[in-house]
Design a protein around this ligand. Structure first.
Ligand SMILES: [Fe+2]
Length: 216
């Protein structure tokens, strides 16, 4: 159970869950589950793992401000379109900040596209200037995106996706987290993490103590 000191209005979370299309919700749930598992390995407390979960679940909430015609465009984006996509972490952060003050949650939303070598966005932060929970969310986000069928690419197989993560250790991803991520895979935790197929995540459902399936 998430600790009561996290002030998140229930109605707000319900809205956040409902506004996400089913495909995005599945991605959000997968990223949240992997992020929480990694956070546990890093040493986050149970309470912090739940907050990592929520931050990762909401990481792309700013995409609601980017037109679908851009998000679903199958060919290369123009520079302006790309800048529009790149605005989503800051847009999501500004939006969420009105309702949530928890740093772990907000950090995951604002910084999940930063890269260890400073070439990410929106701030170009480097190394440990990027909050740990955001570095965690980055690996989980890229991993799930590679495994998913998107309008601009087909799902990669596991070895190809793993190679991409390993190649990015030290430049894109935090190498210490990549090692822990490998441990999750070796111990079969990643594939065993429950995936959601159009259903509302259990953790959030339990937190809100609501039966969501009837609301979607
Ligand atoms: Fe994103």
């Amino acid at each position: 159970m998430i600790s009561p000191e996290i002030s998140i209005p229930n109605n707000f979370l319900v809205k956040m869950i409902i506004v996400q299309a089913a495909e995005k919700r599945v991605h959000a749930q997968n990223v949240a589950s992997v992020s929480a598992a990694l956070a546990g390995l890093v040493g986050y407390t149970n309470d912090e793992c739940h907050r990592v979960y929520l931050g990762a679940f909401l990481h792309d909430i700013g995409k609601q401000f980017v037109p679908d015609s851009i998000l679903e465009k199958p060919n290369a984006l123009t520079r302006v379109e790309f800048e529009n996509v790149q605005s989503h972490p800051l847009a999501g952060y500004i939006y969420l900040r009105r309702y949530i003050s928890d740093r772990i949650i907000l950090n995951s939303v604002l910084y999940h596209h930063e890269r260890l070598n400073g070439t990410g966005y929106p701030c170009g932060l480097k190394h440990d200037k990027i909050p740990l929970e955001a570095r965690i969310c980055t690996i989980a986000d890229v991993w799930d995106a590679l495994f998913s069928n998107r309008c601009y690419h087909s799902a990669w197989d596991m070895s190809r996706a793993l190679e991409f993560i390993l190649d990015g250790a030290g430049s894109h991803f935090d190498p210490k987290l990549v090692l822990l991520f490998l441990r999750l895979i070796e111990e079969d935790h990643i594939m065993n993490i429950p995936k959601v197929d159009g259903h509302v995540p259990d953790t959030i459902g339990r937190y809100l103590n609501l039966e969501f399936s009837s609301m979607l």
